[in-house]
Design a protein. Structure first.
Ligand SMILES: C[S@@+](CC[C@H](N)C(=O)[O-])C[C@H]1O[C@@H](n2cnc3c(N)ncnc32)[C@H](O)[C@@H]1O
Length: 412
């Protein structure tokens, strides 16, 4: 079965159109895109041109479109996929969400995209597709060609280490001829009998294989083309396509120093290039089964670099961790506070110690104060200490996806 026939049979993600209201998740969250691609400076004066490359049933693209519409970010979106069945569901989803007038749908392979002034994009959503294409460099290069400058691409690609256990099982199913669309029940029965020594049974990240839907099961085990990547491989592929990753998300999971306790080892990690530090973190974490990252065109310098001297930045606070943030630190100056954050359905924690000044900064950031307003409100503080506090608090919370920065007008 080829990949198009597979996704005609099992449109992905296999969820109801009603789920269109799902919250956008990084990398397909405008706050993350604006921060890590445009340094928070997307002006909103013209429409953000979005390409959803391999949109599938449009869950992520509709969530992003809904978010853009709700936040007054003008946009146009082109959704392409090789599966007509998936596009039909995506169309229905966009209509149900009242977004159809801004979104075009086209059945086409990504490889057919040509550089064209009429068709260049400020943001390309490319989630869950790299894993299934035949010629990875060709597909990424095609996307690099239609990416505007400045512009960025959000990628979700499978993580090789975290998916330990899947590929030997896929191989075994193929050997047994369990590749057809109606092989799901037989494959399920086989997996139920796997010995405890099998790596699939020993990988807690994949333990849900007994409860997932047929479409999800087929996507995971019967997919005719599926591969996973290390961070180093992804960075290499990006480089060859003229792209440069700016952040793997959430950054804390790709920060080797957060794992290395000893100062000497942390110094050695710090001496590595940024890409090698991400790779090191992946090797140490061992559990990353999906890599979400944002990349820009090579040669743009670092368009995602935040200028902490700019007084116009405000924080966009995200998620339950974000809302509970300031409250969690009340009266806890210089004490270690454990902050929970969600990643890929799992709750993780980060320990953080903030000074009294940093807690004041955090409170102001949570009230949507701009950097300029914070400096004015805390004018009595030592300026260098205040600047350091702003940068540290923003960096720590951005690391868990609880805070993004944007140059935005004051809230009404
Ligand atoms: C796992 S789904 C991901 C869907 C969506 N991007 C998401 O994140 O939910 C992969 C999709 O990529 C599409 N696809 C695979 N190879 C493609 C190609 N070369 N050009 C366009 N679409 C492709 C498949 O038809 C399928 O709908």
């Amino acid at each position: 079965m080829d990949i198009r026939a597979f996704y005609e049979a099992f449109p992905y993600p296999p969820r109801d159109i009603e789920a269109a209201a799902a919250a956008p998740a990084p990398p397909s969250d405008f706050a993350a895109i604006n921060h890590h691609v445009f340094a928070g400076r997307w002006s909103r004066e013209r429409a953000l041109r979005v390409l959803s490359a391999g949109c599938g049933t449009g869950l992520a693209s509709t969530a992003l479109a809904s978010q853009l519409a709700a936040n007054g970010v003008p946009f146009t979106m082109l959704c392409i996929d090789v599966s007509e069945g998936s596009l039909d569901i995506a169309r229905g989803r966009a209509e149900a969400a009242g977004l159809a007038e801004w979104i075009d749908f086209r059945r086409a392979p990504i490889e057919s995209l040509e550089q064209d002034a009429e068709e260049s994009f400020d943001y390309i959503d490319f989630t869950g597709v790299l894993n299934h294409v035949e010629d990875h460099p060709r597909v990424l290069s095609a996307l690099g060609r239609v990416l505007a400058r400045p512009g960025g691409i959000g990628v979700m690609a499978y993580g090789a280490l975290g998916r330990t256990g899947i590929y030997p099982v896929q191989d075994a199913l193929r050997q047994l001829g369990l590749t057809a669309m109606d092989s799901v029940p037989e494959a399920r029965r086989l997996l139920a009998r796997l010995p405890e020594t099998n790596w699939l049974r020993r990988n807690p990240l994949l333990a849900d294989f007994t409860t997932i839907s047929d479409a999800e099961f087929a996507d995971r085990f019967l997919n005719p083309r599926d591969r996973a990547f290390t961070v180093r491989e992804l960075c290499g592929l990006c480089g060859d396509a003229g792209l440069s990753p700016t952040a793997f998300l959430p950054p804390i999971l790709y920060d080797a120093k957060a794992i290395l306790g000893e100062a000497g080892l942390r110094d050695r990690a710090e001496a590595l290039s940024r890409e090698e530090q991400w790779h090191l973190a992946e090797q140490l974490q061992g559990s990353l089964h999906k890599h979400n990252f944002l990349a820009v065109k090579l040669g743009d310098g670092d368009p995602a670099k935040i200028d902490f001297g700019d007084p116009n930045y405000r924080a966009v606070i995200r998620g339950a961790a974000g809302r509970a943030l300031a409250a969690g630190f009340a009266d806890k100056a210089d004490a270690r506070v454990s902050i929970a954050f969600e990643h890929d359905g799992q709750t993780k924690t980060m320990a953080l110690r903030l000074s009294g000044l940093e807690i004041e900064v955090l409170e102001k950031l949570c009230e949507s104060a701009s950097f300029g307003e914070i400096r004015e409100a805390l004018a009595g503080e030592d300026r260098a200490a205040l600047d350091a506090a702003i940068e540290r608090v923003c960096g720590a919370l951005n690391a868990i996806g609880a805070l993004y920065l944007e140059v935005a007008p004051p809230p009404r």
